[in-house]
Design a binder for this molecule. Sequence first.
Ligand code: ADP
Ligand code: ASP
Ligand code: MG
Length: 405
Amino acid sequence: MLIVKKFGGTSVADKERILNVARRCKEEYDKGNEVVVVLSAMGKQTDVLLDMAKDINPNASKREMDMLLTTGEQTSVALMAMALDSMGVPAVSLNAFQVAMHTTSDYSNARLKRIDSERIRMELNQKRIVVITGFQGIDKYDNYTTLGRGGSDTTAVALAAALHADACEIYTDVDGVYTADPRIVKDARKLKEITYDEMLELASLGAGVLHNRSVEMAKKYGVQLVVRSSLNNNEGTIVKEETKMEKMLVSGVACDKNTARIAVIGLEDQPGVAFKLFNHLAHHNINVDIILQSVGRDGTKDISFTVSEDNADEAVEIIERHREGSLRCQKVDLDKNVAKVSVVGAGMMTNAGVAAKMFEALFDCGVNIKQIATSEIKVTVLIDQKYVEKAMEAVHDAFSLGDGK
Ligand code: ADP
Ligand code: ASP
Ligand code: MG
């Protein structure tokens, strides 16, 4: 069997953890399996590197940022290969350049295009464990790129797809995917299984346990995932196309504090205004989320929408730049103190009342809703950031998702 195992930052945070992961990989290898290991940077190293860069130059180019960030993963793979070697297991570490993991040139948010599997196959044929840097790639000019925060999951799934692996295991610091972030909602319950679609919504709405693109890719290539802990042998959560369980009304609650709301007030109430606004943002690769347009009055209208907080200042700048030209408006408002809270569940498609129940739970705990968005399998509300924990608990409770402990 060929098994891809991915370990996140906490799982390789120090010497003991690295040795623990090496032991787990050795066990798999000793069973006669081919093992490909994907690693994140140690502990909070990516944040440390980001702070170092900010200190030297807050306006550093995205290219140099990615060049810097890739060193985090390079450190952990080399140390892991050394750890395996010390246990008598032949191993080799490879970075994105050595493997040849081709991506787009969108620094800090690149997309994987193609992975060459030749070198990995050659190393596996030599009976080595291959330890590969997560999160990074190279573009067509051989510049290093990164896949976005949490992107090592996507590297693992892409490798599993490219190598036609028999299993793709994501090891992290919790036992699996829970009905809510177990660090926020104490009563959260571990799910035995979850569909790609539900997991994709949860991940996209802030459940950082999996990078959303990794789920997108797993669905596209039919890679079944197991999410489990690197610190124990508890059964994890399986992420796959269809689950055996009856479609749950709500399978999870997620929140995302990395959100900001931009309100563009007093736009001309004419055809093409929304197009121009969002087109300018799209040109700068800024993703827009919950959009709300007011009813027009006196020839003007307001459009508000959310973007990730990292993009908020840039988005406002872009709009300001066009205020005198194609995007005439009265003012642009930015609110960073907001957060999204969402419920996700495939059962919503056939059951009315999920939104109402969520709103009731928020009303009962006195949380005001600023904006609402729905899809077939999710309801998202925008609220004041300071109420996130309270809102998560209340909504989780309202749908009886907990294990009652
Ligand atoms: P890694 O470094 O292993 O990639 P991450 O920090 O990226 O780990 O992801 C694991 C974290 O995801 C957990 O510690 C937990 O706080 C958070 N999380 C958010 N939502 C969920 C959820 N629904 N189920 C499990 N964990 C979640
Ligand atoms: N090290 C990167 C990050 O912290 C990638 C990852 O951990 O998946 O975002
Ligand atoms: Mg992660």
